[in-house]
Design a protein around this ligand. Structure first.
Ligand code: ATP
Ligand code: MG
Length: 613
């Protein structure tokens, strides 16, 4: 993994112009000894305790001087790499009118995630969650010919989403900083090239951030569109789960589409028959009972022989709601994140007792796709059945497979209910949990699972937004054609937390040089003019050598200074203290914990060498 080397020639901190050394005695920063009560993850804990950020409201944070410097470093890296692929920086307002979002239906589709407000005249506004509409309209405003394309524009800007579960400090905020870019091309080949350029830029960005990351296939969510990949920082604190195979398949679990088994021959399977199954309202109870009361001749019944039917309530963005039934093999659970992603923008909740009461056709614990009356099998669910519930099936439930499933009568199940023969569904829904060891969809071996933090997302939007908003240009034949677009995001504020999460330890933050607010922290430990004077001179010399220096000149004990230096996490610390009497200072490397004594006269050279290493 490539790390961003510190490049002295590139330095552009405004404070360098006046060469003022930052003193901890003056810095607007208080380190805290206690963890914030709401901190679930280490990065959140340390960013607050080290005085980088402060909570203003749930999921909304203020940036203090140290934090703002890290944020600026991330922004600089992102900017450099976006500029390098020829993208041009612009900046849109965060406060946006409703109409364009109405035209693309996202005013409705975003549902409760959108911060909405009205002006004094009662006109509707929103705080931008992402800016596809605005970029599309701007390009439409100014460009009209294929000669103007390709074009890539980007901004680094504050976004607003009223997240259902803001958590982990900057990792999932309701206000956050995103780099979003948009590409505009005349044809599919152009879009492919723009997508590839962004992908390459993202690889350089995340390499420079020093993150361990994976690029995975993704779903495109509320954005619409086709080709889509995510950059996930590998981290147990991540909210995303992804799968990998030895042969190189990698996908967010939300995007995994399982290999669909081929249909099986069911001609030898007898007619469906009812069995009395008292108290067998759970899969385990059912399997145990089946093995004791209706043993199979060939082998034991297992949970995989049962067809489990689960009903959910869908709240649609337009305020209406609907019920949905999903049938899947009983040895698998539904993965809530896969379910949510598949049904977006609808919000999904499990059925409550009162919903069962309101739908007497649903016999809890005994729900199934068919009923059997006088030996006649009849479809119960879906468009065909009397219970007009939308019924979707796991792809494993292929035609010809036989199941034990609920009979829609209390304490009764049916054996040998055959998919395709006895029942059909309204469609397929691939939302069962993906397990370690499951085969990769492309045949590249068994899957393993891990967690990650979504750092970036690139996708080919295609013509959806351009069509909705009428972005057309004249092609080389003078014909009007719809522009094709890509949309590309980086979580800039999230990156601050993700890097902190990856690098912190039990003592505090530990920044990679590319992101650190300062290159070196100088600790004057011990009383006396001499120590203070030597620390001051060293700070000036390092500053003159082009480094960003933080001088701990506080009237505090050495213990406090050591502890704070570890909490605050600069890559290097120089301790000017007792050793000075013997002409030495101590250099401490935060990440490795290495310490070495050097002669005072060698300190600048030694620090520079470590910084440039
Ligand atoms: P998530 O799945 O984490 O909610 P998303 O897929 O909704 O994210 P995108 O719309 O793809 O996010 O936004 C682009 C990038 O912005 C994401 O890859 C992520 O890094 C960042 N991001 C999205 N939501 C948040 C948030 N609530 N807080 C901080 N960063 C965010
Ligand atoms: Mg995303």
């Amino acid at each position: 993994m490539q790390r961003d080397c510190y490049r002295i020639v590139d330095r552009s901190w405004p404070d360098k112009i006046t060469a003022v050394i930052t003193r901890l005695s003056q810095l607007f920063c208080r380190t805290l000894r206690e963890d914030p009560a709401d901190a679930e993850v280490a990065s959140h804990r340390w960013l607050v305790r080290a005085g980088y950020i402060r909570r203003a409201a749930p999921g909304i944070y203020s940036w203090l001087p140290l934090g703002l410097r890290v944020l600026a470093n991330v922004e600089r890296i992102v900017r450099e790499e976006m500029d390098a692929i020829g993208a041009q920086e612009v900046r849109f307002p965060a406060l946006l009118p409703r109409e364009p979002y109405e035209d693309t239906n996202r005013w409705t589709e975003y549902g409760p995630n959108l911060f909405r407000l009205q002006d004094r005249k009662g006109a509707d506004y929103l705080l931008g969650p992402t800016h596809e509409e605005m970029f599309t309209l701007l390009v439409k405003d100014l460009y009209s010919s294929y000669k103007d394309l390709p074009l890539s524009l980007y901004q680094i800007q504050t976004k607003y989403r009223d997240e259902a579960r803001p958590r982990a400090g900057l990792l999932r905020g309701r206000e956050f900083v995103m780099k979003d870019s948009y590409s505009f091309d005349i044809d599919d080949a152009g879009l492919d090239a723009s997508y590839a350029a962004h992908r390459a830029a993202y690889i350089r960005i995340f390499d420079r951030l020093g993150l361990e990351y994976v690029i995975v296939k993704a779903t495109s969510g509320a954005m619409g569109g086709s080709a889509s990949e995510e950059f996930l920082a590998v981290s147990p604190s991540g909210e995303d789960t992804f799968v990998r195979s030895p042969g190189g398949y990698a996908a967010n679990v939300e995007a995994v589409r399982i290999p669909v088994p081929t249909a099986v021959d069911a001609s030898a399977i007898g007619a469906a028959r009812p069995v009395i199954t008292p108290e067998a309202g759970t899969i385990n109870a059912l399997v145990t009972l089946a093995n004791s009361d209706f043993p199979r001749p060939d082998r034991e019944w297992t949970a995989a022989d049962t067809l489990k039917n689960v009903v959910f309530k869908l709240a649609l963005p337009d305020g209406t709601s609907d019920l949905l039934m999903i049938g899947l093999p009983g040895d698998r659970d539904i993965d809530p994140k896969r379910l949510e992603a598949a049904l977006e923008p609808a919000e999904v909740t499990a059925l409550a007792e009162e919903d069962f009461a309101a739908n007497p056709g649903l016999v809890k614990g005994f729900i199934g796709p068919v009923t059997l009356t006088d030996g006649v099998v009849a479809q119960h669910l879906g468009a065909e059945g009397p219970l007009k519930l939308r019924y979707l099936l796991d792809p494993r439930v292929v035609p010809g497979t036989a199941w034990i499933t609920g009979a829609n009568v209390s304490d009764t199940h049916l054996i040998d209910v055959v998919a395709g023969r006895d029942f059909t569904a309204d469609g397929v829904l691939d939302v069962a949990e993906v397990r370690a060891g499951d085969p990769a969809p492309d045949g590249s071996g068994p899957l393993s699972l891990a967690r990650g933090i979504e750092m970036g997302h690139i996708f080919q939007l295609g013509r959806k937004y351009a069509e909705a908003l009428g972005l057309k240009v004249l092609d080389s034949n003078g014909k009007l054609v719809t522009v094709t677009m890509g949309s590309y995001g980086v979580g800039v504020s999230r990156a601050v937390a993700a890097v902190a999460e990856a690098t912190c330890d039990d003592h505090g933050l530990s920044w990679p040089p590319a992101l650190a607010p300062f290159d070196v922290q100088i600790l004057a430990t011990g009383k006396g003019e001499e120590i203070a004077g030597a620390a001051e001179r060293l700070a000036e010399d390092l500053d003159a050598a082009g480094l960003r220096v933080l001088l701990d000149d506080r009237k505090a004990s050495p213990g406090v200074k050591f502890t704070d230096a570890e909490v605050m996490g600069m890559p290097l610390a120089v301790v000017v203290g007792r050793g000075l009497a013997d002409g030495v200072v101590e250099i401490r490397q935060r990440a490795s914990g290495e310490r070495s004594e050097v002669a005072v006269g060698q300190a600048v050279a030694q620090v520079l060498e470590l910084v440039n290493r």
